[in-house]
Design a protein around this ligand. Structure first.
Ligand code: NAG
Ligand code: NAG
Length: 471
């Protein structure tokens, strides 16, 4: 009954949405009618909890002047959950195909129908009249699979909803389009039909649809099984300390949660261990962290102490750290832990041509297929560093702090980078540049040496001065 009511509400809201869109579809208000999408193919990958959509668009200029920008349109709910949008233009034929990345940024349009949000792709060369170009777009959506039912017991499988439109939302006329949705297993409870619709194994096919006017929209819901780990780090703080004595020390504090359907009833470890295949299918116990090669002094602990269940494998390309929290995580359960490690400085710290030093490290979370709701990276520069600046390939919030550790006189500058909604696609290198005067490297040894020296002098003085009262 509850399920039916839920479905009813969803259908109703979808209908309202359609009504809105069809109202606007007829009015042509954007000057973007000079472009047409000749062919569109969309592949929606729902196999993990992070949704990835691959879009191939063949865009033709049917206007009267060259075009240098192309708009992507999204319903507002999708933009709220959008972690990243990337676009590239393909060059060359089949085997020799290469991808040239393009600049994509969010943009506003006047009179956007029903709050439609836009991203603007800037082409490298303007598209001349009558010409066409093929674009490859990838966008990643987070928290977009809704568990339904909301609560499941230990022996139940996890089912989720995914909402989208069978027809690609676009400000342009689309001549021909097709959408494929890939589910993790063939267990699909239900899916909306917008004929022609077809399903085979783990793939649902919507289309081909022909000649759809701008802003056509047709909501669909897919209800399917997804037992992949819904591993979400609510908060991750990565602290990177540069010591010019040869190491990069990294400490990562995790607040991990299982963001799937909430666990209901009691947890039976006996059931869980005796029949792992049918028990706790949606839970997870192990996680894999990919760390750089030549990692050393690795530890994994929580508030109780060291957790021994971790394994480290290293080769010349990467290191793999397998961690296992103290208990398996079911929907809604949390675990807090710290991973720490050291890295050889010469692999990550370089000198730029203008004499500044710079750190070049990977942004993002080392845990595989994990979403981070809020990430903070703190780069602690050596004492005496000046004029730091960070270079990151995507927008992040930045500010500076000062921290003090043992023997620091002036304190260390800390470059703080903050970003919400971080997905594996954010694992790109970032740099922190700074000026450093090597004389500061001598500061701490000098302080130590002088402390010992004065201590020694004090001892000598004490031994030689007679402090007794009697004459
Ligand atoms: C925890 O592990 C680290 C590294 O393996 C080790 O150095 C440390 O002594 C351990 N601490 C305890 C309390 O076992
Ligand atoms: C940073 O490191 C990556 C490889 O990890 C490399 O591809 C990139 O060119 C480096 N960037 C700079 C500015 O040195």
């Amino acid at each position: 009954m509850e399920a039916l009511r839920g479905l009813g509400a969803i259908l109703l809201s979808s209908l309202v949405f359609v009504a809105h869109f069809s109202l606007f579809a007829s009015s042509s208000f954007l000057s973007s009618q000079d472009l047409q999408i000749v062919n569109a193919e969309r592949r929606i990958d729902l196999t993990s909890h992070i949704v990835r959509v691959y879009l191939t668009l063949k865009v033709k200029n049917i206007g009267t002047s060259p075009a240098s920008e192309i708009l992507l349109a999204f319903p507002p709910v999708q933009v709220e959950h959008m972690a990243i949008v990337k676009a590239a233009v393909t060059a060359g034929k089949k085997k020799m195909k290469s991808y040239l990345p393009l600049d994509v940024k969010p943009t506003e349009m006047p009179e956007a129908p029903n709050g439609t949000k836009y991203f603007l792709i800037s082409l490298l060369n303007p598209l001349s009249v009558g010409e066409s170009v093929t674009l490859e777009v990838l966008y990643v959506l987070t928290h977009s699979l809704e568990p339904f039912p909301l609560e499941i017991s230990q022996s139940e499988s996890q089912l989720v909803y995914y909402h989208d439109s069978a027809i690609i939302l676009s400000p342009y006329h689309i001549k021909k389009q097709i959408t494929f949705i890939k589910t993790p297993t063939a267990k699909v409870e239900s899916f909306s039909r917008v004929e022609p619709t077809d399903r085979a194994g783990t793939e649902i096919k919507y289309g081909p649809y022909e000649d759809r006017p701008p802003y056509s929209f047709s909501p669909v819901i897919v209800h399917f099984e997804n037992n992949n780990p819904f591993a979400v780090v609510e908060e991750l703080v990565r602290e990177v300390e540069i010591s010019h004595w040869g190491s990069l020390l990294i400490t990562e504090q995790y607040k991990l949660v299982h963001a799937g359907a909430r666990h209901k009833g009691i947890f039976s470890r006996i059931e869980y261990q005796s029949r792992p295949s049918s028990n706790g299918a949606s839970s997870f116990k192990g996680l894999l962290a990919i760390l750089p090669p030549r990692v050393h002094s690795v530890y994994y602990r929580d508030e109780i102490g060291n957790i021994s269940s971790s394994h480290l494998r290293t080769d010349y390309r990467k290191s793999e750290l397998e961690i296992e929290p103290r208990y398996p995580l079911f929907g809604g359960w949390k675990a807090t832990f710290v991973i720490g490690y050291g890295l050889p400085l010469q692999d990550f710290l370089f000198e730029s041509s203008d004499g500044r030093r710079y750190l070049n490290l990977s942004f993002g979370c080392p845990l595989v297929e994990t979403l981070v709701d809020k990430m903070t990276i703190k780069v602690v520069l050596p004492e005496g560093s000046k004029g730091p600046s960070a270079v990151v390939a995507f927008p992040v919030e930045q500010h500076l702090q000062t921290s003090y550790s043992y023997l620091d006189v002036v304190g260390r500058t800390v470059v703080v980078l903050e970003k919400k909604n971080v997905v594996p696609e954010h694992n790109a290198p970032f740099q922190v540049y700074y000026h450093f005067n090597p004389i500061f490297m001598l500061a701490e040894p000098l302080i130590l040496a002088s402390v010992f020296f004065f201590f020694f002098v004090a001892c000598v003085a004490y031994l030689h001065v007679d402090l007794s009262i009697q004459k």
